[in-house]
Every structure is written in C-alpha cells, then in structure tokens.
Design a protein around this ligand. Structure first.
Ligand SMILES: C[S@@+](CC[C@H](N)C(=O)[O-])C[C@H]1O[C@@H](n2cnc3c(N)ncnc32)[C@H](O)[C@@H]1O
Length: 466
C-alpha cells in the first residue's frame, strides 16, 4: 500500500488476531453483509496480514463489526500510513485537517499508544516514537488514565518470528474506534461452563460460527446435533432464539456421567438451559429435545434463519442413528413398552452430510445459512469432497488443522432457492450435487473407514459396523 496523498474518503484499519487465519475474512465479510456493506480492501490487501485497511465504510459500520468480531482485535480511523516514518508523516500531514481537528482541540484529552507486531520495543524506544510525532497539531492535554481520545502508532515487522527486520515493513497511525470481542473467548470458556461434554465446542469457534452464519437479533437458530449447546450459547449471546436436538437422552436431560475430572455424575442442574442462564441469555432458550437427525420431526416449512452445527464424526463420539438393517418384530399396535430403547445402527458420515444439506435446503429461510464442520483426512482432501446442494451456495470453506493428517473444515452455505423451484433434473448432471439425490461414489469411498484412517480403531461408523 503506497502512502496516499490527500484522502477525502475515510479509511479504517482493522487489527486482526493471528490465530484462526482462515476464519477471519468470512467473518468480517459476514458482519459487513449484516450492514449491507461490501468488503472493500484498500490496495495491496494481504489476507494473512494482521492489518487490513478497508474503504467504503462509516464509523457506525466499524463499530458494529467490532461489537461482533472475535477475529478482530481493534479498529482505527486511519490518519496515515507508509513504509517509513517519513512516508507516514507525509501521509498524516495530507489527511484533511477537518477530520482530525474534532479530536485535537484544546479542551480535549488524549493518549498515544505504540503497538508493534512481531517485535518488542524498549520503553525508551516507545517514548522516542511518540516524541517523533510532535508534528501532529494536538492542542489538548495528555491523559494516560482516562483520555477522551486514543491514538495508536502501529508498526508491522512482518509475520516471520525467525526473521525480524530491524525496521518495520509498514507503519500506520490512527484514531482508535473500538475493540473487538476477544474477551468473549475468556468469559465464555468451556473451562468455567456449567454443563460440558467431551465434544463441547470451544467458545471462540462457537462465536465465529455464529458470525459466519450472520446470526442476528430475534433470529431462530437450530442445532440438530446440539450436544451441550455451545453453539446455542454463542447464538443467544447475539440475540437469537435457539433450539436443538440430539439423539442422546442423557445429554438432552443433563443426566449420566460427567465429563469433568473428579466428578462421576452430572449434577442436578447441568443442562443446556443452565448454560444459557449462566451467561444471562436464558430468555432466548426455546427448547431442546431428543431426536434423530436422520429422521427429522419438523413440519415441512422454512423455519430457521440459520442452522449451525458440529455433527458427530466418530472420533470422540459414535455416529449412530435409530433403526436397524435387520427385521425387527414390532410390538402389537397400541402396546407401549416403557423401557423400550430404540435400536440403533451406524450413521455413515456421507449420509450425515447428505441429510444435513437436504434438511437445510428444506428448513432454512431463503438467505439463511448453514454452518457446519466437515472432518478431513488431509492427505486425501480435495475440494470435491465438500458436499454441495443445488439449493445452497457455498460461501466459505475454512480449515482448522488438528494434526499433521487430520483437520476439520468450517463450511458455510447459503440457501438460494426452495427445493420446489429446482427445474427437472438438470442440476444432476453435476456429480458434486449428489447429496441431493443420494450418494456420490467418490465421497462415499472417502468417508467410509474415515475414522480408521484418522487413527480410531472403532469401526462403528462404517456402513457395515452395526
Ligand atoms: C460433536 S457433538 C456436538 C457437540 C456440541 N456442539 C457441543 O458443544 O456440545 C455431536 C453430537 O451429535 C449427537 N448425535 C450423534 N448422532 C446423532 C443423530 N443421529 N441425531 C442427532 N444427534 C446425534 C451426539 O450425541 C453428540 O452430542
């Protein structure tokens, strides 16, 4: 990005966290879409950089992104930038005074912070940097404790910790607007959560999923593999009504063995409702129920604004559905056996995703999003593995590496048409749409025995594993 001459349009600088790199762009784009704003990066945008400069926004847009983002740390109104301090100075002096003066008048108080990425400066060096900015026409008083306005000099020393240059590769100066929601990662950590299970979703990722799904106030959100409700917790935090299903009676009713060390059985109030209560969002809780995702119980209608889920893939929990391949002798009609436990059979991974996409095509509103995790055996992964559906547009596909051989991909899709609108069978000429009609042989081969290749001996999730 070359140092700009006079700029009439405001530009904003986002400082992003350097973890979950893949998830950042879809998150920011989704949050901008909630404001009906396009993602317009400035020249020389680099997706992996901790600093993104954006055009075409107003301060309210930026504040609303920061009120939601867990990928962005802070946002600034960009006053100047350059490859050297001298370029930075020219850039700042070209910034319209009318944009700066409301924050510099003599009755105001201010502070300048110095932030360096990939390098630590000594205290004296920081002071030097601030002193060198005496060309800025500040008329107000410095207040370190509670300034009205905070400014920040940000120096970027690249992303290679083994090769830190002496001088920054790029420098920015701006007025701080807002911080992102990184604090949610700590405040909602599963470590301190009332009700947890072996596969409770990490807080940061749960909020990222809710953002990719563009969850907003008063939305209705559904998780068909709800587990301990971590995704409902995140969605309810953003003001959505939440509900879910799970095949496991004990999970839904908060009974059975505890997943906590030093605790054998779950306590009396360990359940999903109590999790929402813990974070003050109980009023957004609709309900959860025991139900098999392979046999949905919902009436045939577009009910949900988003479907957000972490399906089982058999590494830490088995993939089962109700029913049996064998003939079962049914009890005579009208006779209920109270202790009846439904028979279960293996739920093939490929079927889980086929069912999930078909369910979403039928039950999402138009424009509603499906966000889910797809397990990946890295040596064999290719984009054709990602299930498609003619009613759902693929929005993003972000990888979270789990080990050298395994990862999971966060898939976001958006409903673009109703299943009834599909004209005849035209779309079926593309084999990638096969979830719509059934199995894709290629994908089926990939998913069969997936768990064994990922190092799990239990063959329950194989088709033949009943
Ligand atoms: C990966 S866990 C979900 C964890 C959840 N996101 C949380 O934070 O606790 C998958 C869940 O799917 C449930 N499950 C497995 N097979 C199912 C089926 N056929 N229908 C519905 N739920 C199922 C499991 O009981 C498990 O709770």
């Amino acid at each position: 990005m070359a140092a700009s001459s006079s700029r009439s349009c405001l530009q904003y600088l986002l400082h992003l966290a350097q973890d979950n790199l893949d998830f950042r762009l879809p998150e920011i784009k989704a949050l901008l879409a909630l404001r009906a704003k396009p993602f317009r990066p400035c020249e020389n945008f680099k997706e992996k950089s901790p600093f993104w400069c954006l055009d075409g926004l107003c301060e309210d847009d930026v504040r609303s992104i920061m009120a939601r983002s867990v990928c962005a740390k802070s946002a600034f109104e960009l006053w100047g930038h350059g490859r050297t301090h001298s370029e930075l100075r020219t850039s700042i002096l070209n910034y319209p005074l009318k944009n700066m003066s409301p924050f510099m008048h003599k009755d105001s108080t201010y502070r300048i912070n110095v932030y360096t990425f990939n390098k630590t400066l000594l205290f004296a060096e920081r002071i030097e940097r601030i002193d060198a900015m005496e060309y800025l026409p500040f008329e107000g008083t410095v207040s370190l404790k509670s300034p009205q306005h905070i400014f920040c000099l940000l120096e970027d020393y690249g992303t290679d910790p083994n090769n830190i240059p002496e001088h920054p590769s790029y420098i920015y100066f701006g007025r701080w607007i807002a911080d992102g929601q990184r604090e949610l990662i700590r405040s909602h950590s599963v470590k301190n959560r009332h009700f947890i299970g072996n596969t409770s979703m990490d807080a940061g990722l749960s909020f990222i999923m809710a953002n990719h799904a563009r969850v907003k106030e008063n939305d209705l959100i559904f998780d068909p593999f709800v587990g301990t409700g971590s995704l409902l917790v995140a969605c309810s935090h953003f003001g959505a009504y939440v509900c879910g299903t799970d095949i496991d009676y004990n999970t839904i009713h908060g009974k059975g063995r505890s997943s906590r060390k030093n605790q054998k059985w779950r306590g009396p109030d360990e359940n999903i409702r109590a999790n929402l209560r813990q974070y003050g969002t109980e009023r957004m809780y609709l309900d959860v129920m025991v139900s098999d995702a392979a046999k949905p119980v919902w009436r045939n209608a577009a009910l949900f604004d988003a479907i957000i889920t972490d399906p089982p893939y058999g590494i830490r929990e088995s993939t089962r559905k109700t029913g049996s391949h064998k003939d079962i002798t049914k009890p005579p009609d009208g006779i209920y056996v109270e202790s009846h436990v439904p028979v279960s059979q293996a739920y093939h991974l490929s079927d889980i995703f086929t069912d999930l996409l078909n369910f979403s095509a039928h039950h999402l509103v138009i424009g509603g999003r499906l966000v889910y995790w797809l397990p990946v055996y890295r040596p064999e992964y290719c984009e054709e593995m990602v299930p498609l559906h003619p009613c759902l547009r693929l929005i993003s596909n972000c990888e979270q590496t789990l080990s050298s051989h395994t990862s999971r991909r966060l898939i976001t899709m958006e409903k673009i048409k109703e299943p009834e609108e599909l004209d005849s069978l035209a779309h079926l000429s593309d084999p990638r749409f096969s979830p719509y009609q059934g199995h894709n042989a290629f994908r089926e081969k990939y998913f069969s025995g997936f768990n064994k290749r990922c190092g799990k001996e239990d063959s329950k999730s194989d088709v033949s594993g009943e």
